[in-house]
Structure formats: C-alpha cells, structure tokens
Design a protein around this ligand. Structure first.
Ligand code: G3P
Ligand code: MG
Length: 310
C-alpha cells in the first residue's frame, strides 16, 4: 500500500516538473519574441521594403556581356540597372583586380591562376574571349577587353551603387580594398560581401562599420536556423543586407517570414543568381529587395511589364 502511495507522489512530482519546464519555455519564447530588434538607420542607396526591387547586375551582367568587365558594366548601366555586382581578387603583384574565378581559364584566352600573374601579364589576356552570344558566336573576341583593376571600375562607375564581393579570405586584399573604397569616396555606395565570415568581419572592423556589409555564410546560416525556430530576435546582426540563394540545404530562403524578419531590422534581402523570369516574378511578390541576375535586361523588362519600375 505504502509503495503505491510513494509511486503516485513521484508521478505527481514528475508531472509538475514537466509543467513548470513547459511554462518556463513558453514564457522565455514569448519574451524573446518581444525583445525589440536593433533597427539599422535608413540608407539612400539600397532599397528596403519597396514595391520595386533593385536590379543588380551579377558579375556586371554575365549573360549579356563578358562577366566582370567594363563592357558589361557599361551595358548594364545603359539598360538602367540599379546596382553593379562584381568580385575582387589580388594579382601576384598585389593589385586589386575584378575577376570571379581563382583561375583565368574560364573567362580569358589564358591559363593558370590569377595569383600567379602580375597585373601587366593579366592585362595581356583577352577577357572577352570566352563569351558566347545568343547565336553561338564570340562577339567580344579580339576587341581589346581586359580584366579590369578595381580602380578602373571606380574611375568610370563611381556614380553607381555596387555590391563588391571579396573572393579571397585574405586580409591583404581587405586592407587594400578598404583603402581604395575610401580613396574613391565609395563608402556610402557599396555593400561588401564575402562567403567568408572572417574576412567580412575583418573588413567591417578595419572600416569601423562605415561601409555596409552583407551576411557571410555562417552568419546567414545561423540567422536562418534561429528564424525558423522563431528565435531570430536573439541574434544580433550588424549587416545591412542579406544576399541569398533561393534555397540552401533543407531551407527555403524565399519565405515572407524571413524577408519580414530582415525588414524589421532594416536589412535588405537580395537574391542571387536569378535568371528565370518566373522566379523573378515570384521574388517580387514575396517582397525581395534585390534581384541579382546575369540578365538584367530580363528583370528590367519584367518590372516595366508589371508597372513597378521606378
Ligand atoms: O554575392 C552573391 C553572388 O555574387 C555569389 O555568387 O557569382 O560570386 O559565385 P558568385
Ligand atoms: Mg559574386
């Protein structure tokens, strides 16, 4: 008889503990969701929450002209893109140059790694060589198109907002890049991106947070997971933009909830690399702030058709 009473008492105690645990968890959850998130100041060069997203020419518009070249930037600007996106690396002699890949094989008539060539040698290769036009021809071959220096791009396009991606996890690149951005007064016109959290944070620190950065890989992942768990509020973000693919592993990154969570902090959500018109249209409906595409002509046409271009 006594054994039965003891067992009953134990069970009640256990149920009580579970109940207290559950209530505490719910309370904590509610408190977390009421924590006000830090909202970034408005800026005048990235759109956030507009009905018309920024059209961002990915690699300058890699589908319409040789990627990451002055020719691509010129064409994209003439089409009316809002932002130019391109990638930077260091040459052997420490110049900041505009190129995506580690090697020059895919985009030029040369072979080998960017880091094995001086700028003088890199300039001797034809950066329009591999571009294939819609009819299968090579319309940019032999036209004197070269891999640009960052300074050349800024000299001609310093009136344009830019997303510039640090392609190397290298403090020398970040230091030189920061100096150039400062020299050309581009600090308020650039979003600096990188897949590497270390270099994005390093760049943020050396520029004392004066230049907008976007979330690098680990930061994006952490935020997305916490946001899925309705715990996004506990994750501080100094970044002013998120540049996302539409999906990553099991996560759909196009949800209104993710976009809204970013907007609560005045963070722009920009998607890459969106070349399909249906996906552009879908992202527009979801409230995306930026469409990064190889075909800015398609995106601009779509916005005009929808009557939302500004
Ligand atoms: O920054 C986003 C996007 O540019 C990343 O893609 O083309 O540099 O490999 P990509
Ligand atoms: Mg890039």
């Amino acid at each position: 008889m006594e054994v039965v009473v003891q067992k009953g008492k134990k069970r009640t105690k256990f149920t009580k503990s579970i109940l207290i645990g559950l209530i505490s968890f719910i309370l904590l959850f509610i408190i977390i969701n009421f924590i006000p998130v830090k909202k970034h100041d408005d800026n005048d060069f990235i759109r956030i929450g507009s009905s018309s997203p920024d059209i961002i020419a990915h690699r300058g518009g890699a589908g319409i002209a040789p990627e990451n070249t002055l020719e691509a930037f010129t064409l994209s600007e003439s089409l009316g893109v809002d932002i130019l996106e391109f990638d930077v690396r260091l040459s052997k002699d420490g110049q900041v140059i505009v190129i995506h890949d580690e090697s020059i094989d895919r985009t030029t008539n040369g072979k080998g790694n960017v880091s094995d060539y001086t700028i003088e040698k890199l300039k001797s290769f034809d950066a329009g060589y591999q571009f294939v036009g819609p009819d299968g021809s090579y319309p940019y071959r032999g036209k004197g198109i070269t891999i640009p220096l960052l300074t050349e791009v800024l000299e001609s396009f310093d009136h344009m907002p830019m997303v510039i991606e640090l392609k190397e996890n290298d403090t020398e690149l970040a230091d030189k890049f920061a100096d150039i951005i400062n020299h050309y007064n581009m600090e308020n016109k650039v979003i600096v991106s990188s897949f590497y959290d270390e270099i994005a944070n390093y760049f943020y620190d050396i520029t004392n947070g004066r230049v907008a950065i976007s979330t690098a890989s680990k930061t994006t992942k952490n935020f997305v997971i916490l946001n899925e768990l309705f715990l996004g509020n506990i994750y501080p973000l100094k970044e002013k933009a998120m540049q996302l693919p539409t999906h990553s592993s099991i996560f759909d990154l196009t949800t209104k909830r993710l976009i809204d969570s970013a907007h609560e902090r005045n963070i722009a959500v920009q998607y890459w690399t969106i070349n399909d018109t249906d996906m552009m249209e879908f992202l527009l409906e979801q409230g995306a702030d930026g469409i990064m595409t190889d075909y800015p002509n398609k995106a601009i046409h779509l916005l005009r058709q929808k009557g939302v271009d500004e």
